[in-house]
Design a protein around this ligand. Structure first.
Ligand SMILES: [Zn+2]
Length: 136
């Protein structure tokens, strides 16, 4: 089973947003309706639509904090993030809904660019990912 499928079964993914063209698919997780999570799903779709995420990529918006905490405890993640994380072999990036509500050190756009930096370099280096994010 794919990680994404496992996550969706575990966390309730009510909807799938496929933007036209060649951008990534944005999915809401941890919400009963997409509308209830539009505060995070809409800006994510907007940001992703103008970033060069691969067309086969999935961006999962984690709409509630309990779900985020559950994800952070998954062994596959292996680290704690306040913003977002990427599972490269699964072609999926998760972003925390909370970053759209609270003013944090990095903006959601910076976080999504940083994750894309990892995707572009195919590496886990934080420095390389931030360097890519700053240039784009
Ligand atoms: Zn990183």
């Amino acid at each position: 089973m794919s990680t994404l499928k496992a996550v969706c079964i575990l966390l309730l993914c009510p909807a799938l947003f496929t933007s036209p063209g060649r951008s990534a698919t944005v999915i809401a997780a941890g919400t009963k309706t997409v509308d209830a999570c539009s505060f995070a799903v809409k800006p994510t779709a907007e940001i992703v639509s103008h970033l060069p995420y691969p067309a086969n990529w999935k961006v999962v918006v984690v709409c509630n904090e309990n779900v985020w905490d559950t994800l952070m405890r998954q062994s596959k993640v292996g680290f704690i993030s306040d913003y977002a994380f990427t599972l490269q072999p699964n072609h999926v990036t998760f972003i925390r809904g909370r970053v759209f509500i609270e003013r944090m050190r990095y903006t959601p756009e910076q976080a999504l660019k940083h994750e894309l930096g990892h995707i572009m370099c195919k590496c886990d280096s934080e420095d390389t990912a931030w360097a890519w994010a700053e240039k784009h």
